[in-house]
Ligand binder design. Sequence first.
Ligand SMILES: [Ca+2]
Length: 329
Amino acid sequence: MIKLVNRHCILFLILLLSFPLCAQKSEQGYGDYVEQLKQEAISEGFEVEFVEQTFADITFYKRAIKADKNQPESKITLDKYLRTRVPDWKVKQAIDLYTQHQQVLEKIGEEYGVQPRFIVALWGNESNFGKIMGNYSVISALSTLAYEGRRETFFKKQLFAALTILQQGHIQKSQFLGSWAGAMGQSQFIPTSFLTYAVDYDKDGKKDIWSNPKDVFASIANYLSKEGWDDSITWGRQVRIPADFDLSLAGLTKSKMKSLSAWQALGVRRYNGADLPNVDLQASLIMPDDEHGRIYLVYSNFHTLMRWNRSTYFGSAVSYLADRIKKGS
Ligand SMILES: [Ca+2]
């Protein structure tokens, strides 16, 4: 009996001692890790002086690690999410800003084949029209998250992309800020997205998604365009399904896409009860909550929004704001 108790005590002690070490990496060791990152950056071809300057005032962000571990994927309903994410004041601002930038938005929209209301809707959802971009040093945030280790490969890749952005001179180091996870500027691009999609629209030599609206709009439009946007159609629409509807038909996988006429034959109708449009379009039926929540038929453009952000809630918020901009209220 005593032996058993002892064994349990020892086991408990081992757990107690080892758990904090496994649970979270502390600031100790970060300095060594950063030295390692610097050496890797140099071996990737970045100049020693540039690397030394860039990492000179590197910070360890405890908050970034905490935020990465507690990403709020809470279970609020889509209705509540839309009310929070796209309140009426945001709709009004979106419409005002659309009017303010109408000329350049329409020019960019035409050049990239993207309806400007989607550019504005993404701008509003990502950064509140450039007002909330994050105040973390991109280099420090990405170094911290790489050090944390859960997604080291991903964050190291982002870090080296961030170094490339700095080296190319698009932004001053002191202004090189983003979210705790390294999403940057008014479009909240992660560094690899920046390198693939950001545009220097006003041709001043800088892809400035932090403070130049033209570059911001064109970068968003270029992302959508490169990911297959089709400006001859919209994103989709809210629909109703019949009581006996086979719920297994819902989903975003390509194999579940059907023509609008096929959905019509299955009893799917517009939200107001009218027939679906009689056009030759493939659509997915999605239920971001469940069959009691909002139900949408979504087209290829919604799949493009899913490449921007995999959350159907996010895609719904962007689509919803774009619809409200179109409606004008
Ligand atoms: Ca520019």
